[in-house]
Write a protein that binds this ligand. Structure first.
Ligand SMILES: [Fe+2]
Length: 523
């Protein structure tokens, strides 16, 4: 449950009953119950606060006392806690009437969080030290993937390289690349933890074909010439990449997940009608009710709301100018989906969390506005749906990677996603348009290799496959904005990707004209 994730975070920072966070949580819980016309007894509140999952417990209490007294008492809290300790009975099927397909027997929903990119800020570090730790973490995580490969013989720290070795290999983080003035070869500069190195990449070699990106980690096989003082040549470039053979995650039964992104609720250009048809479809009232009934999961790759103050004069584009009301509206719209669905949502650059990546999950006061079947996770996050490992990343780094990668464009975002997998990193470039958070662990490293990599942000739609990974740039639910017109970006909105988790077969449903039509894939 999203609550449990939030609770886990609250548990980490809750250092004592008088701490700032504890006070905020107490006030938040009181407000939460008041909003639902319940008065919380002091002893009940203390008991809730002492529970490791106070937010989940509050929801349970609220559900339990829905038609009872206006009070939440200590006894009521104790009763819920006692029930939690008892062996859990098998969950009954959804209540009839809530969804047309509620009578379909379902297995328990095996959502499992693998890891969240956001790990909490460093403790009292100077920025330069904090960024140093971040890059060290990146280097070590990616070097671990490269070490031991036969393509990188005689692997050495840079400081231990000797010019008379003939062939040796290093693992380095790219600092810069420049072209030689006459022959247009490349000179790549890399760092490791021992030193720096310049190496020459011949212009027509395989290594020169795929451009080096700042701050990516690569393995270089080097050959040293006999002439003293000459820099080594790069004979081979090895990237971390996805192993060509690895165990694949597949569901034992044909359960499905639907992938959405960039809802931008609160914007005047939110596609209300397309959304209404999406809800009808999910509730089994539209075409393809059997397909709808086989969907267990909804994944939303960020930008749940349009936000406020994200770009100059955004207020002109807003139907809901208050960010809390925008999330209330998202909560209402997600609650329209059948409540048997497990919904996983990460934030994007329009959401009300820090823009630096990795981004934390939505704060508790906003996550509580979403229905209880929503897992509000960090951006990025890795999780398993019926055994299929999904890496979900909003995609802000497209803004840096698209200009840096030939053939990449907002209309072909999967080119960038393929490169992310080769680098095993979602946003390597530091100091450009994607702000990076100096966290002690680089949560933007792609580890483990996923079965599905899903992004959004581009407001287009793209599907591709690379080394048994399904690349999916999920579509937006916002029409073209003036800003996009200005930047010559043509959105491809209101497409929903429905993926069979047993074999990763994909069907595209196109809601852009209202009632859904097959937009590709097998019916
Ligand atoms: Fe967006």
């Amino acid at each position: 449950m999203g609550d449990q994730r939030l609770d886990a975070r609250a548990g980490v920072v809750l250092e004592g009953p008088g701490s700032v966070v504890a006070v905020a949580l107490r006030e938040h819980l009181v407000a939460f119950f008041e909003e639902h016309h319940k008065l919380l007894e002091t002893e009940a509140l203390q008991l809730i606060l002492s529970d490791p999952l106070p937010l989940a417990l509050s929801r349970e209490l609220l559900a339990r006392s829905a038609e009872g007294s206006p009070f939440v008492t200590r006894e009521m809290v104790e009763a819920v806690l006692a029930e939690r300790r008892a062996p859990a009975p098998r969950a009954p099927a959804s209540v009839a009437g809530l969804a047309p397909n509620a009578n379909v027997p379902r297995p328990a929903e095996p959502f499992a969080l693998v890891n969240e990119g956001f790990t909490g800020p460093p403790v009292a570090s100077l920025p330069i030290a904090a960024f140093g730790a971040l890059f060290q973490s990146r280097y070590r995580a990616l070097a671990r993937m490269l070490r031991g490969r036969p393509e990188l013989p005689n692997l050495r720290p840079i400081r231990e390289l000797r010019a008379n070795e003939g062939t040796a290999s290093v693992i380095g983080m790219v600092v810069s690349v420049r072209e030689t003035p006459q022959r247009h070869h490349l000179i790549v500069s890399v760092d490791d933890e021992s030193g720096s190195l310049d190496a020459l990449v011949p212009k027509d070699s395989l290594g020169a074909r795929s451009p080096f990106l700042s701050d990516e980690v690569v393995g270089l096989r080097l050959t040293f010439g006999k002439e003293p003082g000459k820099i080594p040549r790069v004979a081979h470039v090895e990237r971390p990449d996805v192993p060509s053979t690895r165990p694949l995650g597949r569901s034992a039964t044909p359960r499905r997940a639907i992938f959405l992104s960039d809802l931008h609720v609160g914007s005047r250009s939110f596609l209300t009608e397309s959304w209404a048809y999406l809800i009808e479809f999910l509730r089994g009232r539209g075409p393809f009710p059997e397909l709808a009934a086989s969907i267990d999961y909804v994944v939303i790759a960020g930008d749940l709301v349009d936000g406020i103050g994200v770009y100059p004069r955004q207020e002109r584009d807003l139907a809901i100018p208050d960010v809390v009301e925008q999330y209330t509206e998202v909560g209402r719209r997600l609650a329209e989906m059948p409540d048997r669905l497990t919904i996983v949502a990460i934030p994007g650059n329009h959401d009300a969390v820090s823009p630096a990546e990795p981004q934390p999950a939505l704060p508790a006061n906003l996550a509580l506005l979403l229905p209880p079947n929503v897992h509000a996770l960090a951006n990025p996050s890795t999780f398993a749906l019926s055994g299929v490992v999904v890496e979900a990343y909003h995609g802000r780094s497209f803004d840096d990677l698209i200009p840096a990668i030939p053939k990449a464009s907002y209309s072909r975002p999967t080119e960038v996603m393929r490169r992310m997998l080769e680098m095993r990193h979602l946003a390597p470039i530091y100091g450009d348009r994607t702000p990076l958070a100096p966290l002690p662990r680089d949560g933007l490293v792609i580890d483990p290799a996923p079965d599905i990599l899903v992004t959004g942000h581009a407001h287009t739609y793209g599907v591709d496959r690379y080394r048994n990974v399904l690349l999916l740039n999920a579509s937006t639910w916002q029409a073209e904005t003036e800003y996009q017109r200005m930047r010559n970006i043509t959105p491809v909105p209101a497409r929903a990707a429905v993926v069979d988790l047993a074999n990763l077969g994909l069907v595209t449903l196109d809601f852009s004209g209202g009632r859904p039509t097959f937009g590709g894939g097998e019916p």
